[in-house]
Design a binder for this molecule. Structure first.
Ligand SMILES: *Cc1c(COP(=O)(O)O)cnc(C)c1O
Length: 387
């Protein structure tokens, strides 16, 4: 049709919360002033509240990967034995990163679409005494898989290792009891469920992990967690921060606090469930049926199709940007996101569009089959309460 609104429906960057976007216009603020210190302190306090932890919370000026790297370079020493859980492209990032820094990584691998079980981790911990750290993705965005970080955290807590969790798409899409489950380092990123543009990385760091920082010997300069902690206590960041994003973060955190982190999680969980039911109702196959995450749903393209056709059709017909598979999954799956500022109205549209795209490309579709599945999930969860 003739008017197509561009809609970013990917698992990062995600749709932006409009008041956060508007707040960014007030970014002519100097970062060594009291105005900034008030903003920074408030953002840190709100982030800590939203993450629900008593651990220190830091903000880094980088994308999520930079915050991941800071955990490696600040808490470990060359040759440290670590276990890396890898179930997709982001697990592979942990593998590459720990190897780049000279750690001795034992890799626990799951096939794309599957998760590594807590039992596999427990066996690896038992077989490898002296492991210093365990790395995982809470939600593996590339495959749509979720890890049981509760059981894993409790297993790691019994050892001398620290548990480093990439929760970049886990925060705001799944319950994460950071203190109760022993999640020593939790990494987040601004462009995921936090509803603002890319450019900020978040970290929570437990006392057990801080003790590691005392003996770690890997080189680092820009990403210096101890220095960042010291500066944060005074309301400042170590280096010139991206003030516009901090202003946006502050605004988005007010919104997240007003609805409640648990409700943000439930929102993503309901949208994910509705998407799985819609896909199944349309005869499509889920890529990660056994342990699906709620940040994104990965769906296999119909047999003989290139999923790129579906991605392109979404863009060309409806201005909707959805994600293809990454790496060897490219062309095989497409991914629909649910993290952050997504609602049921978005999903009604996405699934209706998907039905039209499938039909236009020759798949027999009864219009409304997928949409009705989404409506049923909404009706069951919210028709009575209106919430
Ligand atoms: C988005 C994402 C990252 C970080 O990627 P950046 O591009 O550096 O922000 C890391 N892990 C997961 C699971 C992600 O989804």
């Amino acid at each position: 049709m003739y008017i197509r609104k561009t809609r970013l429906l990917t698992p990062g960057p995600t749709p932006l919360y409009p008041p956060a976007l508007h707040a960014m216009m007030g970014s002519d603020i100097h970062h060594r002033t009291e105005d900034f210190r008030n903003l920074y302190r408030a953002a840190l306090a709100d982030l800590k509240a939203v993450m629900g932890t008593s651990n220190d919370v830091l903000i880094m000026v980088c994308s999520g990967t930079g915050a991941m790297e800071s955990a490696v370079s600040n808490l470990f020493s060359s040759g440290d034995k670590v276990i890396v859980i890898s179930a997709g492209k982001f697990g592979e990032r942990w593998v590459e990163m720990t190897k780049a820094f000279g750690l001795d990584a034992i890799v626990l691998k799951a096939e794309y679409g599957s998760a590594v079980s807590p039992a596999e981790l427990e066996a690896a911990l038992a077989a490898n005494p002296g492991v210093r750290g365990v790395f995982v993705q809470a939600s593996e965005t590339s495959t749509g898989v979720q890890h049981d970080v509760e059981a894993m955290g409790k297993a790691v807590a019994k050892t001398d290792a620290i548990f480093v969790v990439d929760a970049i798409t886990g925060l705001g899409t799944m319950p994460l009891d950071i203190d109760g489950w022993g999640l020593d380092v939790v990494v987040g990123g601004s462009q995921k469920a936090f509803m603002i543009p890319p450019g900020l990385g978040f970290l929570s760091i437990s006392p057990k992990a801080w003790a590691f920082a005392e003996r770690a010997n890997l080189p680092h300069y820009y990403f210096d967690l101890k220095k960042e902690k010291k500066n944060a206590a005074g309301g400042e960041s170590s280096w010139t921060p991206n003030t516009s994003l901090l202003i946006a973060l502050h605004a988005a955190l007010q919104y997240i606090k007003s609805i409640g982190m648990d409700k943000l999680v439930r929102n993503a969980q309901l949208l994910a469930r509705a998407t799985r039911e819609a896909a199944t109702a349309l005869g499509l196959e889920l890529f990660a049926p056994a342990s699906p995450c709620s940040s994104v749903t990965a769906i296999k393209a119909p047999a003989g199709w290139d999923s790129g056709v579906i991605v392109k059709e979404f863009r060309n017909r409806f201005g909707a940007i959805i994600a293809n598979g990454q790496g060897s999954m490219k062309g095989k799956i497409f991914r629909i996101a649910h993290l952050g500022y997504f609602d049921f109205a978005d999903l009604f549209g996405v699934i209706a569009e998907l039905e039209l795209i499938l039909a236009a490309n020759g798949l027999p579709v009864t219009y409304g089959t997928g949409v009705a599945a989404v409506q049923r999930v909404y009706a069951e969860a919210a028709l009575q309460t209106g919430k």
